[in-house]
Design a protein around this ligand. Structure first.
Ligand SMILES: [Zn+2]
Length: 280
């Protein structure tokens, strides 16, 4: 018969005396201890999750950003050259190193070309225009946040050197992006060049924010050597990547048009259809 004492030192006999008052005290203490451990465990999980999210943004600042890299020239169009050294080949090499750097930071990277090709077609009256138009259409097709067109410079006087950025005024974000990358070139690569406007066809007809990057001068002997070196290609790519991170930080702070949504800053420029190439 169970009894329920309320005095000191008494015993409670529950379920035919299976559990004593002292046992109940132990159970309560254990229950409190288990609750305490459980709360600690949940708190720890929360902190780990928070730290992980924090680390993710620290380590992957370009997470889910869609970036198009356009390796200039290709196929029938070698670009500039020095002996057997062709701009189109160097552009592709640098574009691939850049692709790796951007991917490491979390970006989704597309390439307009991954081999020695161009996009002109037999029907194109102007082959170069056909190639560029199809590159623009590729860039515009994805939900692209920004694009980078990779080229190498040349000038008849060989002392000119330095990486530089060119931008079109068709999109107000272009200048902000170009300025961020150019500042990195000046700081990281000691470039003495500066941000320059351009009205070249491709950049004037691309609505997505983006810039033309001239990685250096093939006509300059020391820069020609550097541009072929994997170490320098990586250094250049890291500089571009950091410039993009700087640009996106400015967008997050509301400096860019379209605020946080870099993609929404696209203007409504109409792309010329293929057939209009014949009358250009
Ligand atoms: Zn070029």
């Amino acid at each position: 018969m169970p009894t329920f004492p309320f005095g000191m030192g008494g015993e409670v006999h529950i379920l035919s005396g299976l559990c004593s008052y002292n046992d109940l005290g132990d159970i309560m203490t254990k229950a409190k201890y288990a609750s305490f451990l459980f709360i600690c465990f949940i708190t720890l999980l929360f902190l780990i999750e928070k730290a992980h999210v924090h680390l993710t943004f620290q380590e992957l600042p370009l997470l889910q950003k869609v970036i198009y890299i356009d390796a200039g020239h290709g196929g029938r169009d070698p670009g500039t050259s020095y002996g057997n050294l062709l701009e189109k080949d160097l552009n592709l090499e640098i574009a691939q190193v850049l692709q790796e750097e951007l991917t490491k930071k979390g970006a989704i990277v597309y390439m307009t070309r991954e081999d020695d090709t161009d996009y002109s077609e037999a029907k194109d009256y102007k082959k170069k225009r056909g190639d560029l138009t199809r590159r623009i259409q590729m860039i515009e097709k994805e939900n692209t946040d920004l694009y980078l067109s990779i080229h190498i410079n040349w000038y008849k006087e060989s002392y000119w050197k330095g990486a530089e950025v060119l931008y079109s005024n068709t999109n107000s974000n272009n200048k902000i992006l170009g300025d961020a990358i150019m500042k990195r070139f000046i700081k990281d690569l000691k470039s003495t060049r500066h941000l320059t406007p351009t009205d070249l066809y491709m950049y004037n007809h691309t609505t997505v924010p983006g810039v033309l990057i001239e990685c250096g001068f093939l006509s300059n002997p020391s820069e020609r050597t550097l541009l072929q070196s994997k170490d320098y290609q990586k250094k250049l790519s890291m500089s571009i990547t950091n410039g993009i991170i700087d640009y996106l930080r400015q967008c997050d702070e509301g400096t860019c048009s379209g605020n946080n949504d870099t993609g929404s800053a696209h203007t409504s420029i109409q792309l010329p259809p293929y057939r209009s190439l014949r009358i250009d």
